[in-house]
Design a protein around this ligand. Sequence first.
Ligand code: OSB
Ligand code: MG
Length: 370
Amino acid sequence: MVPIKQMKLHKLNMRMKDPFTTSFGTMQDKEFFITEAVDDRGNRGFGESVAFINPWYSEETVETNLHMMRDFLIPILQRNLIEHPDDVSALFHPIKRNNMAKSALEGAVWDLYAKQHHMSLAAALGGEKKEIDVGISIGIQPSIQKLIDTIGRFVAAGYKRIKIKIKPGWDIDVLRQVREKFPEVPIMADANSAYSLADIDHLRQLDDLGLMMIEQPLAHDDIIDHATLQKNMRTPICLDESIHSLEDTRKAVELGSCKIINIKVGRVGGLSESKRIHDYCREQGIDVWCGGMLEAGVGRAHNIALTTLGGFNLPGDTAGSSRYWKKDIIAPEVVVEKGVIHVPEKPGIGYEIDEDALKRFTVDTYVFDF
Ligand code: OSB
Ligand code: MG
């Protein structure tokens, strides 16, 4: 590919319309990096880091991202010529973990590559679908009535499956009432690692509720206890936090720790590794869907492009921009119609950066010349 001339890190601060509560805490103000890879022909590729301010979902944060990108990862890109975006994950391999930092930079390189070749990011990744099915993730609510009202709104808007966040004290009884109100809606639950094997009898009560799956019931770093739980439960287990690579995926599948994988680009270190996990799961007959991290438009566009790969056979968490933001940083914004997103065919991520919005939300910029 045409060499990168410059890498920019834009640190943004955006406030979501509503707070989002999971078993690990509540988030509303998002600080995160938008990455920009520039060549000398006027092409600009964009990526987004999904690390949060706090290390509650995983160990990475906005500040660890800056340290890793500035002090280790960008110097690697400055020292090496990249022929294809797949080279980036190989170059980053000696640096352990820090997958969200790696992914933020690799994503900008993928978008730049696609734009240099006048193709959509979806096509560059080998994607097939023209539209993708999407679901929605609903945080823990102040009351069951509020949850039921919220679900009703999103079901009416056409979302193809509803994910409900659970935690001890907000689980079986809540899901039972939701199931009674919405007998036909595809429903799943996400525990964000709030339980342990001591809760096995409690969790088995989910088997009567006809859930599509339960996501990450046990510890963020576990695949052993999940295998025990899956043997004792009919509801399929989906792993999120525990999967950081193709190797993690292979081990979890071989152990029987899950029947479904949630691929998050940032969690696995980028689009190239996401593709490898997708390909492996497709061969093994494991269901796959694309997770979300409350992204702004750039990260959302990357998720859309990835989901066009044929093995993403379940609706993902890639909801429309307006579900999160008063004003997103891309134009047009991501729109969901009848539960689908029409995949843009323009070069790269397929959405323009709204420069005014980017400027308005930027709190810091770091520039690295190559
Ligand atoms: O576990 O999938 C998760 C949001 C923040 C952190 C972790 C998770 C989530 C979501 C929301 O479920 C997904 C989204 O709408 O982007
Ligand atoms: Mg999850």
